[in-house]
Structure formats: structure tokens, C-alpha cells
Design a protein around this ligand. Sequence first.
Ligand code: EPU
Length: 319
Amino acid sequence: MNEKRKDLIYSIGEFIPNGVKFNEPLAEHTTFRIGGPAEFWVEPGNLKELASVIRVAKKKNIPLFIIGAGSNILGLDAGIKGIVISLNRGYFKKIEAKKNKILCGAGARLTFLLGRARSFNLGGLEFLSGIPGTFGGALAMNAGIATVIKNEKLKIKNGKTKTKSIGDLVEDITVMDYNGNIKLINKKNLDFGYRTSNLSGYVILNATLKLKKRNREKIKEDIDKYLSRRRMTQDLSCSSAGCIFKNPSLNESAGRLIDLCGLKGKSIGGAFVSLKHANFIFNNGNAKAGDVLRLMSLIRRKVKNKFNVELEPEIKIWP
Ligand code: EPU
């Protein structure tokens, strides 16, 4: 190990005595169950510890990655030279309600947030049911759904499929910048797009959501509806990273195009295309990142040839 790395281990260990692991396999922290070792895996316990790691990384020019539930990440087999930060400790997972607003920590799982909102009789988040991420990850990606179901019918607005995403509910977000400074970003300065946000230059700490008072039984009914629709259209039993590609437009599903290319069930190595929803690639237990990448290239090539559409990955490929 070179001197720079030794020095880094010393610096991080000094600030976070119990929250550092070395060569931690990403496969154990991603829903795809794929990915080589992260050189440094850091779980800060509070803001001071988080700021210290961020400052060390900046000072020593070490790449920094923030992981949530690892549900939208393909970790490459060679692993990551750098620091992966997980906001997995209690401090970053707190949830508080005040009237019709909820303040939620970035590290909280969406499922947990939904459960808490329901217990406070606060509705509006039901459409996120079944999305496996953390709150921070969902904000960074502006997680959402393509279609809104009500009485099992698709709602169409202005000739376009209506979308719902978490960004619609955000009042403000507290972040830490890469100098370790805390900043509150108001709604008017937030820019959410389709699976994008203007938050990539920050570590998201928490956010306030504006919800609606709603009877918890009604909330439960909708959650069940969303979950059962998801179970009907998606196979949730295999390791995957959810949808692999973004939809090319509001009116077109990448899954439908891949399906029309006859690619359901297509496999390369240990990676194969789901038989239920063609925008899902599964890991049969032995897949390497390379298998997934080759399958993705094949899908892109086929869809481009048949429909002249360039599919863009929705998942993040690390590093
Ligand atoms: N379709 C097919 N074949 C397939 C998949 C879909 O013909 O293999 C057709 C469906 O029959 C339907 C249309 O394509 O007519 C749209 O399918 P679906 O309702 O499943 O929606 P999607 O656009 O494929 C999006 C999100 C999903 C989200 C669903 C539910 C993206 C890339 N995908 O899928 O999100 O769960 O809507 O609303 O935005 C994710 O982001 O990881 C994800 C899975």
C-alpha cells in the first residue's frame, strides 16, 4: 500500500473510529448483488463525522461515492478506488411530522417513510410503494412512476402519460457540499427532471415533504393497489437494479421496445432479461458486471436498429 493510502486510512480512522471498513464488497450492498470491493466503506455517525470524511477526501483528492440502498447501481467487478459513504446510521434516518409536513433523513428507507407517513395519517407518497431505495437516493434520482392508476385505468393528461415523482412533494432539502458546509435549498432552487435532480454536487442530508391529511385506511388501500400492480407487471423475486434504461419519452416505455425486439429471456453469462418486464436485467447469482454491460450493449443495439431509438441507462455504473 502506498503512503498516500496509509495516510488516508489514518485520517479517516481518526475521525470515525467505528465506522470504517476496508475492501467492502459492493455486491453485499447493491440489490443487483454485483460489484467488487470498495476501498473504503464509511458509515459516519453524525454531521461532524460526515464533514470530516468529505474534507479529507477533498484535501487528498480521493473519489467520493454516496450510496443509499444500492438499488440503482451496477458496481464494476474491479471495485472502487475511493470512499463510499453510507448514511446508514440512526442519525441520518430520523423522521418527524409537523402538521401536514414530514422531515425525513436521507438514510431512511422509502418503505419505512411510507409506513411512518401512514401512521401520521399523511398521504401523497403512496405511489412510491415498492420502490426499494432510500429517501436520499429517491430524491437524487427523482424516483417515481410513469403512470398513475386510479380505478385501474391509466390517467392521460394532455395526450401524455402522467408521471408522479418524489420531487413534486419537496418543500426544501438540506445538503452538505463537498467542502463540508451545510446548506438549505428551497423549492424554487430545486430542479427535478425525469430521474434527475440538480443535487449531484451535494450529499443530501434530509428534506421536508408537504403531504395531505388522509385517513390511514385509505392510504393502505392505495399502497396495496400500487404494490399489486407492481407485482403484476414486475418480477420482484430476482436480484436486479430495477429498470435498466430510462424511458425514451413520456409516451414510450423502454421495456415495451426491448420486448418488441424479442429479448425477454435473453442471457449473457449470469445476466438475463426478465420474462415479465423487459427493462429488468436479473442476476442469476453468478453474474459479473461485464455480463450485464454486454447484455445492455446488445439491447441498445437491437433497439437502435429496430426503432432508431438510443436507450440511455437509468442505473448508475460505478465507478
Ligand atoms: N410493456 C411491454 N413489455 C414489457 C414491459 C412493458 O409491452 O416488457 C408495456 C406495458 O404493457 C405498458 C407499457 O409498456 O403498456 C408501460 O409499462 P409499465 O407500466 O410497466 O411502465 P414502464 O414505463 O415500463 C415505468 C418505470 C418503472 C415503474 C413503472 C410503474 C421507468 C424507466 N420505468 O416503467 O420504474 O415501476 O413505470 O409506473 O421510468 C425503475 O425506475 O427502476 C422502474 C422500474
